[in-house]
Design a protein around this ligand. Structure first.
Ligand code: SF4
Length: 185
């Protein structure tokens, strides 16, 4: 019998790689927890593609109601920190808490996250946030490091093949601003 795992999905390109990688060994349920994404049209666009990936691989996907104020509340104290700092840690924690709650509701033992595929995100910070959230909800966080074995490069190639939308900023309004500033430079 395949092991059951909830996959926290940050975006469709990363989801496609992770689902393809785990589907032979795991029964997967995708969970699109991303109250960080701004504006709402961008959220809808990313969610629509995540649904396409789920349909393509034949796995279920669930998305909680979009509530961006949850993200604003979670990072308020850290909004002046740069990408990769405390605000991202709080952002991971929020999304993992939602995912861990869903995992417990489902009665499944563990969850993981597609976030670890990004070369810009620290595995240590992801793992710490994952374990904290999992501990609060009595489930386990599986610290798969999907960036290993050229995971990021492979996800780019796969997402091109599937014609998926690749965003040019992480997701929140602050990362959008930072990305625009980088382009101007
Ligand atoms: S940069 Fe990305 S991980 Fe960091 S707070 Fe914004 S959306 Fe979250």
């Amino acid at each position: 019998m395949k092991e059951k795992i909830v996959v926290h999905v940050c975006c469709a390109p990363d989801q496609a790689y992770v689902v393809k990688l785990l589907r032979d060994t795991h029964e997967i349920r995708c969970y699109f927890s991303n109250p960080n994404i701004e504006p709402e049209e961008e959220y809808e666009k990313r969610l629509a593609d995540a649904q396409r990936v789920a349909d393509h691989f034949g796995v279920p996907i669930v998305a909680p109601t979009y509530k961006p104020h949850l993200w604003e509340n979670a990072i308020r104290e850290f909004q002046h920190t740069p990408e990769g700092g405390e605000r991202c840690r709080e952002c991971f924690l929020l999304r993992f808490r939602q995912t861990a709650a869903f995992c417990r509701e489902l009665g499944w033992p563990s969850f993981t996250s597609t976030l670890s595929i990004s070369p810009h995100k620290s595995m240590a910070v992801i793992e710490q946030a994952g374990r904290t959230a999992a501990g609060e909800f009595g489930v386990t966080f599986e610290p798969f490091n999907f960036k290993k074995k050229d995971g990021f490069k492979k996800s780019v190639a796969l997402s091109r093949g599937l014609g998926l939308y690749r965003q040019d900023y992480c997701g929140c309004r602050l990362s959008k601003r930072e990305s625009e500033a980088r382009s101007r430079r």
